[in-house]
Design a protein around this ligand. Structure first.
Ligand SMILES: *[C@@H]1O[C@H](CO)[C@@H](O)[C@H](O)[C@H]1NC(C)=O
Ligand SMILES: *[C@@H]1O[C@H](CO)[C@@H](O)[C@H](O)[C@H]1NC(C)=O
Ligand SMILES: *[C@@H]1O[C@H](CO)[C@@H](O)[C@H](O)[C@H]1NC(C)=O
Ligand SMILES: *[C@@H]1O[C@H](CO)[C@@H](O)[C@H](O)[C@H]1NC(C)=O
Ligand SMILES: *[C@@H]1O[C@H](CO)[C@@H](O)[C@H](O)[C@H]1NC(C)=O
Ligand SMILES: *[C@@H]1O[C@H](CO)[C@@H](O)[C@H](O)[C@H]1NC(C)=O
Ligand SMILES: *[C@@H]1O[C@H](CO)[C@@H](O)[C@H](O)[C@H]1NC(C)=O
Length: 352
């Protein structure tokens, strides 16, 4: 690949040629920041914890969990024309073990080691985001250090809330302190809301996940946590949930004296200072909302494989350019340049 340095003349020529046709600036090079592994050890723990298995299929948050395999994941990447993906664990992570810090920590460690094994088998295609045993802060801090320093993960995964503890809660300050110190990039997966009845019994991913992204960003705004740790790069999936649509309302209300009298432009700038991915957010309405709210340089590709099957993601990916009215240069940004700019570890690994 492009990073190798040719030794002999022939090697040099080959390597330069490869670099020209396969450079990341190429609008074809596509990085997916939102895809999930379902390691056996995690699946077994979910089943053991009592998540329902109906007709052979496991459900979490009212949604079926695929029978995931590494080979199937790589095939899906090819079908979606994805060159590199950052594997993460979808909700509920290990939050169902919130009552037992040791069990949560042990399972998170096993899952992280499984993801590490996948990335070691295909380092040029797969990276990983660390699974944290939140809401247990001490264990989460240890896991961040282990994943970033020992396993060489690309970044850290978090959830909008962990057992009802939302981003923005002051108990998470030590985590953000460490993330900021490490200049880490965080992928925030939505979770079922702290109060599950809000979903009226329908699958949480349908609307509660996007709304939970809004809740997390809103809580970080009002609590001041985001203002305290502005340099932690954070990605929210699904076009930021409903944030592009609700931001002016949230910023407006946050300016009321009893809510802290925050500056409207500063609140809007903060809310637009995140990165959003395109998973289930590729319609013209969604892409244009993202474009006008966060700007093209903050849009990243996400597929949500395997929860979103290839039959759905492949045509959705193909529609992004038309639906967003993006130029080829803009597509190159969205496909990989934006992502490489927030994941220096991926650039370093690929030699770009
Ligand atoms: C259960 O699985 C069988 C075989 O895969 C299938 O034919 C049937 O439709 C499934 N039932 C439900 C309720 O999903
Ligand atoms: C997973 O595999 C089991 C059998 O091993 C099957 O009954 C079930 O339908 C599969 N689930 C999905 C979502 O493919
Ligand atoms: C990226 O994937 C596309 C589509 O599968 C492929 O044509 C291209 O060669 C890949 N680029 C690199 C650098 O692997
Ligand atoms: C998890 O949530 C339940 C219900 O709100 C609460 O009783 C429990 O203390 C929480 N556990 C942790 C570790 O925060
Ligand atoms: C954030 O990064 C900027 C530029 O790199 C730096 O000047 C600033 O001090 C950092 N802020 C904090 C709170 O670390
Ligand atoms: C698409 O973008 C071009 C500029 O790149 C602009 O001229 C055109 O009006 C846009 N079309 C739509 C439908 O927004
Ligand atoms: C921190 O990461 C950002 C990208 O997320 C990068 O632009 C910046 O140079 C990094 N700063 C340091 C001090 O590593």
């Amino acid at each position: 690949m492009g990073g190798s340095i040719g030794v002999g003349l022939l090697g040099l020529v080959l390597s330069v040629t490869a670099q020209c046709s396969l450079s990341p600036g190429d609008s074809n090079y596509r990085i997916d920041v939102h895809s999930h592994a379902v390691p056996d050890v995690w699946r077994a723990a979910l089943v053991q914890a009592g998540y329902p298995v109906k007709n052979g299929t496991l459900y979490t948050d009212g949604f079926p969990v695929s029978n995931w395999t590494l080979e199937g994941h790589l095939e899906a990447m090819t079908a979606n024309s994805v060159n590199y993906t950052t594997l993460s664990i979808s909700a509920p992570g290990v939050t169902f073990l919130a009552h037992d810090a040791t069990k949560a920590k042990n399972l998170a460690r096993k899952v992280n080691l499984a993801m590490h094994q996948y990335t070691q088998q295909h380092p040029e295609k797969l990276g990983a985001m660390c699974l944290l045993p939140l809401p247990h802060v001490k264990g989460a801090i240890a896991e961040i250090k282990f994943c970033l320093d020992t396993l060489g993960f690309d970044g850290v995964g978090m959830y909008t809330n962990s057992n009802g503890t939302y981003l923005g809660d002051s108990s998470l300050d030590p985590i953000f302190e460490l993330l900021q110190e490490r200049n880490a990039t965080v992928f925030v997966h939505p979770a079922a809301p702290g109060c599950e009845s809000a979903g009226m019994g329908w699958p949480s991913p349908m609307t509660e996940y996007p709304f939970d992204s809004v809740r997390a960003m809103e809580n970080m705004l009002l609590s001041g946590q985001r203002a305290s740790y502005p340099n932690v790069t954070m990605i929210f999936p699904h076009g930021g949930g409903a944030m592009p649509y609700l931001a002016t309302r949230i910023a407006g209300m946050s300016s009321l004296p009893f809510l802290g009298g925050l500056s409207v432009p500063e609140s809007l700038a903060q809310l637009a200072g995140y990165y959003f991915d395109t998973a289930s957010a590729t319609s013209a309405i969604q892409l244009n909302a993202m474009k006008s709210f966060i700007g093209i340089d903050r849009i990243l590709i996400g597929t949500d494989y395997p929860y979103v099957p290839v039959a759905q993601s492949e045509p959705a990916l193909a529609a992004i350019q038309t639906n967003g009215n993006f130029t080829s240069t803009e597509m190159a940004q969205i496909n990989s340049k934006n992502t490489l700019s927030v994941f220096p570890r991926i650039s370093a690994k690929l030699g770009w």
